[in-house]
Design a protein around this ligand. Sequence first.
Ligand code: HEM
Length: 424
Amino acid sequence: MTYQSLRPLPLTALADRWGAPPAHFWLRGTRPERPVTLDEQTGIWHVNGYPEVVEVFSDPVTYSSDTVRQLAPDAPDYEKNGLLTQMDPPGHRRLRQLVGRAFTPRLVAGLAPRISALTHELLDRADERGALELVDDLAHPLPVTVIAELLGVPASDRPLFRQWSEEIFPREQGPTAVDAAGDGGSGGGGDIGVDEVAAALDLGRRMNEYFTEHADDRRRHPREDLLTLLVQAEVDGERLSPAALGNFAQLLLIAGHVTTTMLLGNTVLCLDTHPEYGDAVRRDPAGLPAVIEESLRLLTPFQVFYRATTREVELGGQRVPAGRALALWVGAANRDERVFFGPDDFRPGRDPNPHLAFGRGIHFCLGAPLARLEGRIALGILLDRYPDLRTDPDNPPVLMGNPELTGARELPLLTAGRPGRAAA
Ligand code: HEM
């Protein structure tokens, strides 16, 4: 049986063929036995149910994002001030307010013409070459260039940014605690050893040095960019410390492109298995946002977020002691049949579609409007330029082997239709 003859099977049937991580049972249409389970080997509580994940996201007092301080107070000291995702109130509120002043909806909306021009430029290059590999040609360079230009760091440093993101999210998956247990009943993340911690600290230092240098330059020579705004932003007369600024800039750079790369590829994969929706969007682009939201639900780009309990709690019928790590498997929650009818089906018509791909509560993704804008513009242009866009039966997609990310690492596409320029 050829790959092509499998179409249009549901995406669940393709998870193995595309090399999805074995522990991601939800990608294969399997339901967890319980919404909350303890992995005895690692001591991590895996949260797979939608109401349970929402409960954790919504209560930052009981479920701390500052997992290092909660779980390993003796861990080597590192400067994480500025890493919004690992902060609790009230520090989180102050920093979020401060960066919110710089990262405004107006600033994001103003990026539309640039995103459109960049998309055409990147696709023109692929057309000249006569081949389209979506990740290398568009899904990675577009968001990384947009966020680099926004921050005001040279987009020509793109290979460096790619190297960093690959150090953070290695392409291949290591053995996970869940694989070892063989139960398949919970999510799964690799054990973190001393070497990994040292490597992460080293990478953090290198990234921080890079941004500190650029921020120092903006203090002396302000420019029209986000780094300058961050250098100047104040809340209650307080400015970001240089270390916090460096940390925040690296968070923006990484969070600002890796997930959007996944989103672009995943939406193309969804449309590849359901070409009728691609045709519908070509006829009426107003349907594209719903297609993107459903792709975010079904193939959630970032799978897991961590919290630590600050007190004993009852969650999903389980008693979780204080000081324990919780892994929130957002992709599994997004397929909870208590909330989503036909959870494994791609149904852009869902209304409402309260997926958790961008999180919930005080840490709700700061970049969601930018990610959605990039998705709408880039995918709109892609569908318009290539009326017969599809995966290559002889060269099937390869998914990331990394347990934290769901998305294509290689996505060769056939563009049988004659490429034409879409309206910007
Ligand atoms: C499809 C693309 C994206 C997805 C799926 C995504 C997902 C998420 C999620 C789930 C969170 C919450 C983390 C938590 O609760 O611990 C988050 C936070 C965050 N995201 Fe995104 N993100 C995306 C794109 C972006 C972009 C484009 C940017 C920046 C330009 C960005 C910047 C951030 C930041 C700064 C936070 C931390 C917010 C806070 O802790 O208050 N993200 N993202």
